[in-house]
Design a protein around this ligand. Structure first.
Ligand SMILES: Nc1ncnc2c1ncn2[C@@H]1O[C@H](COP(=O)(O)OP(=O)(O)OP(=O)(O)O)[C@@H](O)[C@H]1O
Length: 273
């Protein structure tokens, strides 16, 4: 599998056309294809001798299947934009975000990014056995904050998350949190920092209404602070409230890219809503 070219601005590799004009590109996705290789996809276990024979003969396992999740997607994101990514289940939304974050190498095509994109997924890694408090501190340090910055922002992060609204949960291990509470804490930690490119995968769908409102406001602030925000969501209202542009993926292909109202209208017509 080819390794993606993940460039930073220091490399000055943005195509000349992208560097001119007043709009500053932050992410360029250029004809990207992403393929997952799934091992053990077939039925039956196969014998150890057969596996050894394949190794010796350098043949690949018959149980390896390839899933072509993203097919030739191209778009450019600019500073100050909030871009919604929509599409039905399995259309490649999370996959493209993971590739922009540098977590998945494209099979072909290129991704250029300005700064380090941060992927704020519902699965972002926090330590289950550590308390919420320790996770806030470690998460802040992991994002590059100094100890002093973490100390200054700690209270704000806990308040934003609303974890302590029903008791002192922040001093309990994360494994005692509901999945919604854990997702809210992840969002709050990541949103405490200003990101060049912030990618949010369904995070808004997790919290209650009050938390969703806080998140939406924070995303608006992050946009003002000149970053670019990507939001993957099945909630068209969150996308409408937060994004000014929408990219619609279907079966791994880019079906439409344009102003939020236009794209959501076409999408709703397509899904029969
Ligand atoms: N780790 C993986 N290994 C193999 N195939 C995968 C993997 N992750 C996703 N896929 C496949 O890639 C395709 C795109 O998946 P992806 O998760 O990007 O879709 P999505 O649009 O985010 O879906 P959803 O709306 O359900 O979250 C699907 O066919 C899925 O089955």
């Amino acid at each position: 599998m080819a390794v993606a070219e993940q460039h930073t601005p220091q490399d000055s590799v943005l195509p000349p056309a992208a560097r001119t004009g007043t709009r500053v590109p932050t992410v360029i996705v250029d004809d990207v294809h992403i393929v997952y290789t799934v091992h053990g996809a077939g039925t039956g276990k196969g014998s150890a001798t057969a596996a050894l024979a394949r190794l010796v003969m350098r043949k690949s396992s018959p149980n390896v299947r390839r899933v072509h999740a993203v097919r030739g997607v191209t778009f450019t994101a600019y500073r100050g934009e909030a871009i919604g990514i929509i599409g039905s289940n399995g259309s490649g939304k999370s996959t493209i975000l993971r590739a922009i974050a540098g977590l998945l190498p494209p099979e072909s095509g290129k991704i250029y990014t300005d700064g380090q994109p941060s992927l704020l997924g519902v699965n972002a890694a926090l330590m289950n056995d550590l308390t919420g408090e320790r996770n806030v501190i470690l998460g802040g340090l992991a994002m590059g904050m100094s100890q002093e910055e973490v100390r200054q922002r700690y209270q704000g992060i806990v308040e934003f998350s609303g974890i302590n609204e029903k008791g002192d949960f922040i001093s309990l291990p994360m494994r005692t949190y509901s999945s919604g509470m854990a997702a809210r804490l992840r969002f709050s930690i990541a949103a405490a920092k200003n990101h060049d490119v912030l990618m949010i995968d369904e995070a808004l769908a997790t919290g209650d209404r009050a938390f969703q409102k806080r998140s939406e406001n924070r995303i608006k602030e992050l946009r003002k602070e000149a970053g670019t925000v990507f939001l993957v969501s099945h909630n068209n209202n969150s996308i409408r409230d937060t994004c000014d542009r929408v990219v619609w993926l279907e079966k791994g292909e880019l079906l439409m890219d344009g102003p939020t109202d236009e794209v959501i209208k076409a999408y709703e017509k397509h899904t029969g809503k």
